[in-house]
Design a protein around this ligand. Structure first.
Ligand code: SF4
Length: 319
């Protein structure tokens, strides 16, 4: 099985303190050394050779990297479709330098109201998200609000849709990864709420994802997760992380050899055996890995994901 996507974490440094994230709380992660542009270039070369077409640039806060424009320019050179996720704090300062190289910019939104969002992020950045939407549009990139769904903020979907309509921006809803499995306890009423609002023209939430939430996420006895088979995860210190960002059980320090590692006989097959089967995998709803996973194998998630993609394209044509 060939991976289709790369989740590239350029830095773990953070300039906010999201309540559900552990990165900013860990001084060791905040001090993780970051690979220079030469290593990143070599990795991009290998990712292209492996047939990767899409890269998600993530962090930490990727806009903290001074060399981000050069990195994104390289990604464009290798013809990757590049998406970047940010809290928007530094976006105004950097938009001109990075806009030419991006397909989408995703702004984290924890709540559709200023007070709650700023509290949840541990810093005032709601206004920057709103300003970022306009700046991105002016710069010719499509902005998307990335709404990290939690047991608490699910009740604000009506306000979220109002905000999206007022600002004319698409919303991507995605349950936040929660290692305590509490998201497995979405009540039926919340699921109906999500189902109702996901039909809105500006809201994107996969039918397969909804079914997966209803089914209480990944089950380690019969794992649906194909994190290793479908996604390449690269950490800031120039290492591959297996099986995924959330559970880096195995790390592989890179030395210009992504292609060599991924084509080494038997290497991946061995690591694939563990994907979705660890104790922490029970109830996992990490959709940055699950959505690519749904494209593999033939079951109802595969069909629902296929239908979702069709539905989403139809909505886009009508917008
Ligand atoms: S189930 Fe979740 S935690 Fe486990 S390997 Fe897959 S993405 Fe990672």
């Amino acid at each position: 099985m060939k991976p289709v996507l790369c989740n590239y974490y350029l830095t773990f440094r953070s300039n906010d303190m999201p309540e559900y994230s552990s990165l900013w709380r860990d001084p060791d992660l905040q001090a993780v050394p970051e690979a220079g542009i030469d290593s990143i270039k070599t990795n991009f070369r290998d990712l292209a050779k492996l047939g990767i077409k899409e890269i998600v640039i993530d962090g930490g806060e990727p806009l903290l990297r001074e060399d981000l424009p050069e990195i994104l320019a390289l990604a464009k050179e290798y013809k990757f479709k590049t998406h970047l996720t940010t809290n928007a704090i530094l976006f105004e300062e950097k938009v001109k330098a990075i806009a030419p190289y991006l397909h989408h910019i995703l702004f984290w939104l924890d709540y559709p109201m200023q007070e709650e969002h700023d509290r949840s992020r541990g810093t005032a950045c709601f206004k920057q998200v709103l300003a970022g939407i306009d700046l991105a549009k002016k710069a010719g990139i499509q902005p998307i609000l990335r709404y990290g769904l939690t047991l608490d903020n699910v009740r604000f979907l009506p306000e979220l849709v109002d905000l999206a309509q007022t600002r004319g921006v698409k919303v991507w809803i995605e349950p936040v990864y929660d290692s305590k499995y509490s998201l497995s306890f979405f009540q039926d009423i919340s699921l109906e709420h999500i189902k109702y609002y996901k039909n809105h023209p500006l809201v994107e939430f996969s039918f397969a994802a909804l079914a997966f939430v209803r089914d209480r996420g990944n089950q380690k006895m019969w794992p649906r997760c194909k994190a290793v088979s479908t996604v390449i995860t690269i950490f800031p210190d120039n290492s591959l992380a297996f099986p995924c960002f959330y559970l880096p059980q195995k790390r592989f320090k890179l030395d210009g050899d992504v292609f060599e590692v991924y084509t080494r006989p038997g290497f991946l097959t061995e690591i694939e055996k563990g994907q979705g089967k660890f104790p922490e995998c029970q109830g996992c709803m990490a959709f940055s890995y699950m959505l690519p996973s749904f494209a593999v194998g033939f079951d109802r998630y595969f069909l629902l994901q296929w239908y979702s993609d069709w539905w989403s394209q139809r909505k886009q044509r009508r917008r």
